[in-house]
Design a protein around this ligand. Structure first.
Ligand SMILES: NC(=O)NC(NC(N)=O)C(=O)[O-]
Length: 329
């Protein structure tokens, strides 16, 4: 079985995910649940409420019940697994958790979300403290929200909701970035990710710092490093952005981009071009037929903050993909 935790985190704040409701945040705010950075801990650090935690922490319950937090996914999609990470919660982690999901249009209020009928995706399950707790999910439907319930109370550092983004074509323009995670692009392979994961390149906005991009180790043998990205749909590519921002002493010397359709031969979208450190390059692409996959070669190695593949995707395929995951609802 494929390791679901390598798939994008649909709940991540990096994609615009957010906590829209929590019934109790006495010790620590539920907003921490969706932060993209790994959780941290500083022992014997107290604020006015108690020990400071990088997570969501409720008070000790003195009445029966559970605590809940509702998360709006940054990018709606099919959920392949959930990680309830209790990092640093030792004497105060919840002994059990369950997760439900919901598909809803528009921008519902917290009250409407609480009143909705949720679909169980992880039944009430035991948790371990101070560790990731991974639960596979088998449901082919596209969801927009998740609800974490902790039984009866305690602290959770992060809630990661790993899956495949399924964008709503009705909300997408004719021409857009078909490599963006938010639009359904995703990494399907890479030669080296020593310092930074290649799917960082597909995150929205400008890279915050060097750690927010794809970075390889220094290559000491012949050849070059590469990453392969599956696009949102077969696309006529018009522009490619290769952004080396923050990579000053470790930008690739050159880069090329090739495309392929339906597993066919690779063809050039951008023949090897020299790159400048710390620069958001934009290259026009000569129409060369549609591609549903691209391969970025960085020569010989280095870092890339962002990769954008801007083009005109096949609307019919976007629509079919969307319908496949909403029909079941
Ligand atoms: N030492 C603690 O962590 N105590 C309490 N939590 C905080 N945040 O102080 C508790 O009751 O779980």
């Amino acid at each position: 079985m494929e390791d679901f935790s390598t798939k994008p985190d649909l709940a991540s704040r990096a994609l615009g995910g957010g906590v829209v409701f929590a019934n109790d945040e006495f010790f620590a705010a539920a907003d921490h649940l969706v932060m993209p950075e790994p959780p941290t801990y500083s022992p014997r650090t107290f604020d006015h409420k108690g020990q400071v935690y990088d997570g969501w922490e409720t008070r000790r319950r003195r009445t029966p019940g559970q605590d809940v937090a509702i998360v709006r996914l940054g990018a709606p999609g099919v959920i392949h697994g959930v990680d309830v990470d209790t990092a640093f919660f030792t004497g105060n982690y919840p002994p059990h958790a369950s997760v439900d999901a919901l598909a809803v249009d528009g921008y519902p209020t917290p009250a409407a979300l609480q009143a909705a009928t949720w679909v169980p995706i992880v039944p009430k399950s035991p948790l371990d403290g101070d560790t990731r707790n991974l639960f596979p999910v088998h449901d082919n439907r596209r969801f927009t929200h998740v609800r974490l319930t902790i039984h009866p109370d305690g602290g959770v550092a992060r809630l990661r909701v790993h899956g495949d983004v399924v964008p709503d074509p009705a909300l997408l323009p004719e021409v857009f970035d078909v490599a963006a995670l938010a639009n359904g692009g995703h990494v399907t392979g890479c030669s080296n990710m020593f310092y930074g994961r290649p799917d960082n390149m597909l995150q929205p906005g400008l890279a915050k710092h060097m750690g927010d991009g794809w970075e390889t180790a220094r290559r000491r043998v012949d050849g070059n490093e590469w990453a392969e990205i599956t696009l949102a749909a077969p696309t006529q590519v018009e522009f490619v952005d290769l952004d080396t921002t923050h990579f000053k002493g470790n930008s690739p010397g050159w880069a090329s981009l090739r495309g392929s359709l339906a597993g066919g031969e690779w063809f050039d979208l951008l023949p090897a071009a020299p790159l400048t450190p710390d620069t958001p390059h934009r290259f026009p692409v000569q129409p060369a037929g549609p591609a549903d996959r691209v391969r970025l070669d960085i020569i010989p190695d280095g870092g890339m903050a962002r990769l954008r593949v801007i083009g005109r995707p096949d609307r019919k395929i976007l629509e079919e993909n969307f319908q496949r995951h909403v029909e079941a609802q």
